[in-house]
Write a protein that binds this ligand. Structure first.
Ligand code: MG
Length: 426
């Protein structure tokens, strides 16, 4: 800190004095300007947030934000799901709670954003999703200011690489195709765990489109699909099965029982997130592990489910549940109940890597979600930049040592996918 300041003052004052005014028109003047333009990460106490810009892409799937400062350092992050129409929510929260503030006080700013929104929906949903992006961008920014990776700011790491499972989706696939894709995930990319959806609103076997009691033919279809996946990947690859919180309690129970022979890593959201007591009852009646949390927000949202032992595994989405510090608090609360932490993740590689820093920083991390679209959809390759491989050969995210999250966004690439008629990074 002292060194860079004294260098600058030497160039501005001492050097001018020594060489005279005319000498400053020479290379030294250019050097002085270069030093001025250099991010002054050695002066964190003078760091101030000067602007927050962002934009929505791809049918409002994601909100990307960039927090800018008076020292040229910026932080980037992303929120998902609860972000439809939130451009001005982002601008409002930033104006009210971030502009002019020192970004180093991340927990304090996050709590001020949350408390400041208590009458605006800061309990769940869109407000918390937007806050998650802003909070995460602060971690990225602070890491860059201090020259440290985010996991280090969160207290250090328990592990160097983050195990992921591949969400392969496709609940309408015939069993043989599900099995083929599961095998490809394992053999082509090295994943040690896969996930498939088994709820299908358009399944003609359903009683009707709106009723979510599982029919016997529907249950038979689910069993056929997951049996094919297990047969394809063998006994040592983990399998997750997602119901997207759709079924009634009796159906959730029947599905969990029907899945018992397949030794799942978990059955995800068998019933709606609004009924943690139903999760607890289903869990007591089956050997299939039950996972929930994709639609619970903030640490407060996980308190009741953990108190009543609703889940074997929790899966907060760190791009919407409150941010990275909040994710660590949720993991820590779960740890006091001896429950593993397996974040949901449907963001870009920026979101995956941001989540990975939290996963590295807690003892009870189990696994993180990964999306097959990283390999198949060019948008997800265009919008971010980073050094090194995305994945290790054995299906893990390598933890990055670069300051901040370690992944940058490409604004020009994002603009190609911007939602029309909504301001974009203005
Ligand atoms: Mg899910």
């Amino acid at each position: 800190m002292v060194e860079r300041r004294s260098r600058r003052s030497f160039l501005k004052g001492g050097a001018a004095g020594a060489f005279g005014g005319a000498a400053l028109a020479s290379p030294l003047a250019g050097l002085a300007q270069a030093v001025e333009r250099t991010p002054q990460s050695s002066s964190p106490s003078a760091l101030r947030i000067t602007g927050v810009r962002g934009g929505l892409i791809r049918g409002q799937h994601s909100l990307f934000v960039k927090v800018e400062t008076n020292q040229g350092i910026h932080g980037c992050a992303e929120a998902v799901d609860g972000v439809y129409g939130t451009y001005y929510v982002m601008k409002h929260i930033a104006e009210r709670h971030l502009i002019g503030r020192n970004p180093l006080d991340v927990h304090r700013l996050q709590e001020e954003m949350r408390r400041g929104g208590l009458f605006k929906g800061a309990q769940a949903g869109m407000y918390v999703a937007v806050m998650s992006a802003l909070e995460t961008a602060l971690w990225d920014l602070v890491g860059k200011a201090l020259g440290l990776p985010v996991y280090q700011l969160l207290g250090g790491k328990f592990r160097d690489k983050i195990r992921v499972y591949c969400d392969t989706a496709g609940s309408r696939l015939p069993p043989e195709e599900m099995g083929r894709r599961a095998k490809e995930d394992v053999e082509k990319y090295g994943f040690t765990a896969v996930k498939f959806d088994i709820d299908d609103a358009a399944d003609p076997r359903k009683l009707d489109r709106y009723n979510w009691s599982v029919s016997l033919p529907e249950l038979e279809r689910m069993v056929g699909q997951i049996a094919a996946v297990r047969a394809a990947v063998g006994p040592h690859i983990d399998i997750c099965v997602d119901c997207h919180g759709r079924f009634d309690e009796q159906s959730g129970h029947r599905i969990a029982k029907a899945m018992e022979p397949f030794n799942l890593m978990w059955l995800e959201e068998p019933v709606p997130a609004e009924f943690p007591e139903a999760y607890a009852r289903i869990r007591q009646e089956t050997t299939t592990p039950i996972c929930g949390g994709e639609n619970w927000y903030l640490t407060y949202g996980f308190r009741r489910p953990l108190e009543i032992a609703a889940c074997d595994v929790i899966m907060p989405d760190l791009q919407k549940a409150g941010g990275l510090g909040e994710g660590q608090r949720i993991a820590s609360l779960a740890n006091t109940y001896n429950v593993p932490f397996a974040p949901h993740m449907v963001a870009s590689y920026l979101g995956a890597m941001a989540s990975a820093h939290v996963c590295a920083s807690v003892p009870n991390f189990l696994i993180l979600e990964w999306q097959i679209y990283f390999h198949t959809d060019k948008m997800f390759q265009e919008i971010v930049t980073f050094d090194g491989p995305m994945l290790t050969a054995d299906g893990h995210i390598p933890l990055r040592e670069a300051p901040g999250i370690g992944v940058e966004i490409d604004e020009d690439a994002l603009r190609k996918y911007a939602v029309k008629d909504v301001p974009f990074f203005e």
